[in-house]
Design a protein around this ligand. Structure first.
Ligand SMILES: [Fe+2]
Length: 184
């Protein structure tokens, strides 16, 4: 498996959008926190978070190729489990439903970063600091808020044994730790 430094280079080479890069760094932070919580390999989970959207610009987020394209791009660079979780974060391209903890964690983890970011942006300073886990769970129920954020993906946290309240707390804390990277 490649080192983080190399993964960051890959990310920088393949993603131009600053917001998308931030989404990837946020996903990495959340995945590292989840790995620690569940006793999984932190680097594997973290780098899967960092690299899961590596093909999003080249595939134009096409539901049929986003995921499989990344798998080809990353083959030989990361573990099979990571490739699998990355492909499966887009069930539509994979043509099957997620079943493993790693798959559920990545889908839920990368998705909650969007809800957390949208929640922070509502505050006057647009920062994570005043955001509380409860703000996240409240926004979770407001379907019209950040409507493109898939609530079902986020609720897959329950499939890895982490209730939504705790999942929001872990994810928010993880993102706060890299608030400067995220510009939040
Ligand atoms: Fe993503």
């Amino acid at each position: 498996m490649i080192k983080r430094e190399e993964a960051v280079t890959l990310l920088e080479e393949n993603i131009a959008s600053e917001n998308m890069k931030k989404h990837c760094y946020a996903s990495e932070a959340v995945m590292r926190a989840l790995a620690r919580r569940l006793g999984k390999n932190e680097d594997e989970w973290g780098l899967a978070g960092l690299l899961h959207d590596i093909d999003v610009e080249i595939t134009n987020a096409d539901p049929k190729t986003h995921g499989p394209y990344a798998k080809n791009l990353l083959k030989g660079k990361v573990t099979e489990e990571m490739l699998d979780a990355i492909v499966m974060h887009n069930e539509m391209a994979a043509g099957k439903e997620r079943t493993t903890e790693f798959q559920h964690a990545l889908a839920a983890g990368e998705t909650i970063t969007g809800l957390i970011t949208a929640t922070a942006l509502v505050y006057p300073d647009k920062k994570l600091a005043p955001v509380k886990p409860k703000s996240i769970t409240k926004r979770m129920k407001q379907k019209a808020f950040a409507a493109s954020v898939n609530r079902e993906n986020i609720l897959e946290c329950e499939k890895i044994g982490i209730p939504l309240n705790e999942f929001a707390e872990i994810s928010l804390h993880a993102m706060k730790e890299i608030d400067e990277v995220l510009g939040l």
